[in-house]
Design a protein around this ligand. Structure first.
Ligand code: F0G
Length: 449
């Protein structure tokens, strides 16, 4: 088989500023060993997130020029609405400035004290928006999805028996909706199978509970279904997406991921009554329903992005580049979450640094070491982020869309191997200051002696 090439040429380049180890050591100390506090200009390869960090195509940039900035009824809104309807099939499409704004509006309307929202795994903003209403957010991902080393095609699947047990226990009246996050970001970017979505839809609907998708990475999820689930090899990505969304009643979406845009999101649903209420909240907090906190040019970029993300050459390259990084590290014995997810590779810091106990923050130590070694910025997902609730000690290397080439990824592989070779020298970290909530963004750290 030949090399899977980037299915694009580069027309505009953004220079990377090279740095020395001494400069990076100084930058890290000045940032209190928190990579969120680093200036992006001091980073060589930025794998902090795949959200809003992608490169837009020439068609998207052309769309930016054609953006209709009318306050109400802009042409760009209709292009956006039709692009969403084409893929998702939901009647009502409500633009928001990003995904969490859609979540906030949805949960403000349906959830509250006493209610319970099941999901495979809530992303942190989703959980926060559910809990902000007083409701309880329940993660019901199947056990295999909690095992970093297990090889399984659909580690994002919900445990349907636990879902049924939850409905039995609290009663359907207290469950305003069930959610499926595709792909399951907090669980390693792992996909959800069509069979699981069908089973979840059947169980929820049998009890009169609607199903909503957290659809950020829906096209990557569809690609995995096409590759791995029997019966889908000959279906188009669009057909698979439509089949999946038809199982649900609505979706929240961050267009900063598979919308291929730098900002934006939406809430989409077939429920006209819910949509009417959502538009009222939208007007209060985001903007008029035909722009919802976005410029017309952003709506154009998303409309085109939602079409481009379905291209199989793109998805083949996208998933191959993530797997390339994961497989090269795995083959050399580096502990990584298996198999590769869609948008990111997760280093298993607990096994990478077995001499550093959890309370000495192995993920933070590893994230800092990678930056110091090679200027690579990844993000701790473990005890720093989740405290006592952390299930694993991971460092996420998220891959921005259409931004880095194979040689960048080779450099990442080499750099992780360099850190791995001298892993026994790495020391733990301790927190010297932390805010009351979401501490990972702003906490201060220092290396232990
Ligand atoms: N849901 C999932 C599964 C996400 O991954 C994100 C964002 C959101 C919702 C919220 O969307 O950022 O547009 O408000 N994930 C980013 C990340 C931040 O780095 O994984 P948003």
């Amino acid at each position: 088989m030949k090399t899977i090439i980037e299915p694009f040429r580069i027309k505009v380049v953004e220079p990377i500023r090279m740095t020395t180890r001494e400069q990076r050591q100084a930058a890290l100390a000045a940032a209190h060993y928190n990579v969120f506090e680093l200036a992006a200009d001091d980073v060589l390869i930025d794998l902090l997130t795949d959200s809003g960090t992608g490169a837009m195509s020439q068609e998207q940039w052309a769309g930016v020029m054609r953006g209709d900035e009318s306050y109400a009824g802009s042409k760009s809104f209709f292009a956006f609405r039709d692009a969403v309807r084409n893929v998702f099939g939901y009647e009502h499409v409500i633009p928001t400035h990003q995904g969490r704004a859609a979540e906030r509006i949805l949960f403000e309307l349906v959830a509250g004290k006493g209610s319970v929202v099941p999901n495979n795994t809530h992303f942190d903003t989703t959980r926060a928006n559910v809990e902000h209403t007083g409701a309880r957010a329940m993660d019901l991902v199947a056990d295999v999805g909690r095992d970093a080393a297990a090889e399984h095609p659909f580690k994002g699947d919900i445990d349907v028996a636990r879902l049924e047990a939850l409905i039995e226990e609290v009663g359907p009246a207290r469950i305003p909706l069930g959610m499926l996050t595709i792909t399951n970001n907090a669980g390693g970017g792992q996909p959800v199978s069509m069979a699981n979505a069908r089973a979840v839809s059947e169980v929820l609907h049998r009890h009169g509970i609607p199903l909503f998708f957290d659809a950020c990475r829906f096209a990557e999820n569809a690609w995995f279904i096409k590759q791995r689930e029997p019966g889908y090899a000959d279906k188009s990505i669009l057909e698979i997406c439509r089949e999946m969304f038809a199982l649900g009643d609505g979706a929240t979406m961050s267009a900063k991921k598979d919308g291929m845009a730098n900002i934006g999101g939406f809430l989409a649903t077939n429920d006209g009554e819910l949509a009417a209420k959502a538009r009222n909240v939208l007007i209060l907090t985001e903007g008029f329903p035909t722009y919802g906190g976005l410029a017309g040019r952003d709506l154009e970029a998303i409309a085109r992005g939602l079409e481009e993300v379905l291209h199989e050459d793109y998805l083949n390259y996208r998933i191959a580049s993530t797997a390339y990084l994961c497989d090269h590290l795995h083959d050399k014995g580096v502990p990584v979450l298996r198999p590769a997810g869609g948008h990111a590779v997760y280093l298993d810091a607990a096994r990478f640094l077995p001499h550093i106990p959890r309370h000495e923050l192995p993920g933070q130590a590893l994230a800092c070491a990678l930056y110091e070694e090679a200027g690579i910025r990844g993000c701790e997902i473990g005890t720093v982020m989740f405290g006592e609730n952390a299930q694993m000690e991971l460092v996420r290397l998220a891959i921005p869309r259409r931004v880095y080439t194979q040689s960048h990824i080779d450099y990442v592989v080499e750099s992780v191997l360099d850190v791995f070779a001298r892993r026994e020298e790495l020391r733990g970290m301790r927190i010297t200051w932390e805010p009351p909530a979401l501490r990972h963004f702003t906490a201060h750290f220092e290396p232990l002696p």
